[in-house]
Ligand binder design. Structure first.
Ligand code: CUA
Length: 307
């Protein structure tokens, strides 16, 4: 949050720092006066009751008016800051990205390009993207601190906000609303690319997966995918798999992480995840299918073809 990379994030950061500095100034003033008074006005030996003062009107008006002016000023700055952090959405503007919160992962889709991904938001640098936020089951909350405000994802009530990043890079975020046992392992990342890279990414990811992988071993993995219950939860565009319960796996091999930011996406981790998801993310809706090591190897080989 102190290192923002978007106009929206900068507005929040500036407002926070300004408020913090003012509050720190007031704290130092009050604490300093208390310390000063308690040292310099201590009762001295032999001193009687001090003179009782029942009001200094000028001082009282002063300490009422000064905070009121300060608060009004802060209100004005906050009002402007909120406008910059969360610009109003134009009427009839279609969302660029739809992010849906599920227990405990994120569906990410690009309705105009027909791309469906998960746990990773791709954005072109310097462009304001309209993100629609949907609660898929319970209330979640999307927060990528360096890119701006956080916003709730409420079932039955889509919210929208503008998101932007100025520099290419990876920006880490998380679910910021307690949503059940694996709330802490519900991470998300924004992968910000140059506009050319982003367009290329959209193009590759709008393509379906090959109907049949080339290598025989991966083909065996594909058959297992359809025979075992993988196909009842996951979709792989271009194949018979089209269930919407778990993440869409059409291009799973090109993602950076598995299980919503919990594991780096490597063949070893993919195998460990398929072998026993409950050990890595207890309570996750991905079941342990009790597959043999050979079956897992074939499935991983198939997953690795889904670039
Ligand atoms: Cu989703 Cu916390």
């Amino acid at each position: 949050m102190f290192n923002p990379d978007s106009p929206q994030g900068l507005a929040i950061s500036n407002l926070f720092v300004l408020t913090l500095l003012i509050a720190a100034g007031i704290f130092l003033l009050v604490a300093g006066l208390v310390v000063y008074a308690s040292i310099c006005y201590r009762r001295k030996p032999g001193q009687g009751e001090p003179y009782q003062n029942f009001g200094i009107p000028k001082l009282e008006v002063g300490w009422t008016v000064a905070p009121a002016v300060l608060l009004l000023g802060l209100f004005g700055v906050t009002f402007v800051g909120m406008g910059n952090a969360d610009p109003a959405v134009e009427k009839d503007r279609a969302p660029d990205i739809i992010v849906t919160g599920y227990q405990w992962w994120w569906g990410v889709s690009y309705p105009q390009a027909g791309v469906i991904s998960a746990n990773e938001i791709h954005m072109p640098a310097g462009k304001r993207m309209l993100v629609r936020l949907i609660g898929g089951d319970v209330i979640h909350d999307l927060w990528i601190p360096r890119l701006g405000r956080k916003m709730d994802m409420v079932p039955g009530h889509p919210n929208e906000m503008y998101m932007q990043a100025d520099t290419p890079g990876v920006y880490i975020g998380a679910c910021a609303e307690y949503c059940g046992v694996q709330h802490s392992k519900m991470l998300i990342r924004a992968v910000v690319q140059t506009p050319t890279e982003y367009d290329a990414w959209l193009k590759t990811h709008s393509a379906p997966a090959p109907a049949h992988p080339d290598a025989a071993f991966a083909l065996r993995g594909q058959q297992l995918f359809q025979q075992k219950t993988c196909i009842s939860c996951h979709a792989i565009n271009g194949t018979a798999a089209n269930a919407q319960i778990g993440p869409n796996l059409t291009h799973v091999a090109s993602r950076q992480t598995l299980a919503a930011g919990v594991l780096q996406n490597t063949p070893e981790n993919m195998a460990a995840w398929i072998k026993n998801p409950q050990q890595i993310k207890p309570g996750s809706y991905m079941p342990n299918l009790r597959l043999t090591d050979d079956e897992i190897k074939a499935l991983v080989a198939y997953m690795e073809t889904l670039k």
